[in-house]
Design a protein around this ligand. Structure first.
Ligand code: AMP
Ligand code: ZN
Length: 469
């Protein structure tokens, strides 16, 4: 049985869905004001791994992911400009154009990383009228109040506030910045609705004049609409625990009086060179940045698979190089198994299967599962090991079944070719088998510089000395 670390209970809980065999899961999606960086994408790789683990255990999925295209302010304490508005000013495009552009690239990035798209994708701006109804309900029930600049949730009315992060109200208050808005009853109260300043470009008509929704209300409204008042899993990055998710719980449970989510799961952060990612440090890399530097998107996915989702993962280019090399070696081994006609006894395969399942069911321990794959491929070459790897790949998502069967790099020419050239030719074949065509081409160029011509033929590789100029 799958066990997931539940932030709410602070332990690994056995997973069982509330209704039948379908898991209802909500994942906080991107704020589409910029390209997703590799830290954001690590969180979506995590979401994908959990979804794959659920499917591996035979569950069906009803996953919802929101696209935040309004309301996410620069600061989590309800001040600063809307990130969409800032991007709009930066690029001279409308917020809608910005949202469309970055949403498209976001889904392209997910596809490159073999991250499956949740079943339902919803935009915040398509749900503003429902958000207004929800805010009104909170007001009518005494959980919110109006100030000169918006509608705020009154956390004093929700004594269980802080249950997810374990922070009590006193700590929460001590930590909260005294905002610009001094009308708030308490600094930790948060905005459900903001009244729009005259120049604010994103605005909707509401009972409180023109304005726009707070970021937290978006997730409460959309999760309830598509998954119901109580659903199974809610995922996001650890940074969301103390504010965004705490606020979602307060909004949801104030209205329903029920527990809203059974399993809260959070992915740890990605660091770069041991520190925070930030624009000013120029280290908020995107998948395209990595591609430009010669990495395949799946090198990055593989890099993520090597750390458990609840541990911090430090990105360095040296570590990325190691991940790239390791993935390429893995593909070569897999291609050799694929080329084999030998079989492996069922008992051996089942032992691997069992330990793999145990690893995945223990809080989606993918690094351990990857270790099991690496041990399995050391078995004598066999088509069964290839098939087993493909089975495991339902979790890893490394496109292992795309690998071509290995072809030996036999030099079929009759010339006497130096060993150094033959060695390079073998490396080139390995690179080709690993589909690293860039490396294969650079090795071909090196061989050419050494005075030899390399030609791929049906029977293998032919190396001939180049004609003297
Ligand atoms: P945002 O687009 O800012 O709403 O963030 C999208 C997702 O990325 C959220 O689930 C965040 O928790 C997550 N996230 C942001 N920064 C990082 C990071 N450095 N490492 C891992 N996840 C992150
Ligand atoms: Zn959210």
């Amino acid at each position: 049985m799958l066990r997931l670390y539940n932030t709410l209970t602070r332990k690994k809980d056995e997973f069982s869905p509330l209704k039948g065999n379908t898991v209802r899961m909500y994942s906080c999606g991107p704020t589409v004001y910029n390209y997703a960086h590799i830290g954001n994408l690590r969180t979506y790789v995590f979401m994908d791994l959990v979804r794959r683990a659920l499917r591996y255990d035979g569950y069906k999925l009803k996953g919802v992911m929101n696209i935040t295209d309004v309301g996410h302010l620069l600061s989590d304490s309800d001040d600063g400009e809307d990130k969409m508005v800032i991007a709009s000013k930066r690029t001279q495009k409308t917020p809608q154009e910005i949202a469309e552009m970055y949403t498209t690239v976001f889904f392209e990035d997910l596809a490159k990383l073999n991250i499956g798209k949740p079943e339902i994708i919803v935009k915040a701006t398509d749900h503003v009228s429902e958000m207004i109804v929800y805010v009104k309900e909170l007001l009518d029930n005494g959980f919110a109040y109006e100030t000169s600049d918006g509608i705020y949730f009154d956390i004093a009315k929700f004594p269980r506030y802080g249950m997810l992060s374990g922070a009590n109200l006193t700590e929460q208050l001590a930590g909260a910045r005294v905002g610009i808005n001094s009308d708030k009853h308490s600094p930790a109260d948060f905005a459900l609705w903001k009244k729009a300043e005259p120049a604010h470009i994103m605005r909707w008509d509401s009972p409180w004049g023109d304005g726009y929704p707070g970021w937290h209300i978006e997730c409460s409204v959309m999760s309830k609409k598509y998954l119901g008042e109580t659903f199974d899993i809610h995922s996001g990055g650890v940074d969301h625990i103390p504010i965004h998710h705490e606020n979602e719980i307060a909004q949801n449970e104030a209205i329903s009086g029920k527990k809203s989510v059974n399993y809260w799961i959070h992915g740890e952060f990605m660091l770069v060179d041991g520190g925070k990612m930030s624009k000013s440090l120029g280290n908020t890399y995107t998948i395209s940045d990595l591609e430009e530097r010669g990495y395949a998107p799946l090198d990055f996915r593989y890099f993520c698979l090597n750390a458990h989702y609840r541990t911090k993962l430090n990105f360095t280019f040296a570590a990325m190089d190691a991940a790239k090399t390791s993935r390429e070696k893995l593909l070569v081994q897999i291609s050799k198994h694929k080329a084999s006609t030998t079989t492996t006894p069922h008992t051996i395969l089942d032992t691997y299967r069992q330990s793999f399942k145990q690893a995945i069911e223990d809080d989606v321990n993918v690094p351990l599962a990857l270790g099991i794959l690496h041990t399995a491929i050391k078995e004598s070459k066999s088509i069964d090991i290839y098939k087993l790897a493909c089975e495991f790949d339902e979790i890893f998502g490394l496109s292992l079944n795309d690998v071509q069967p290995y072809t030996e790099s036999d030099n079929t020419s009759t010339y006497d070719i130096p060993e150094a050239v033959l060695e390079l030719s073998r490396e080139r074949t390995d690179a080709k088998n690993a589909r690293n065509y860039q490396l294969a081409d650079s090795i071909r160029a090196k061989i050419s510089d050494m005075g030899y011509l390399i030609v791929d033929t049906k029977g293998g590789v032919t190396i001939t000395p180049k004609a003297k100029p």
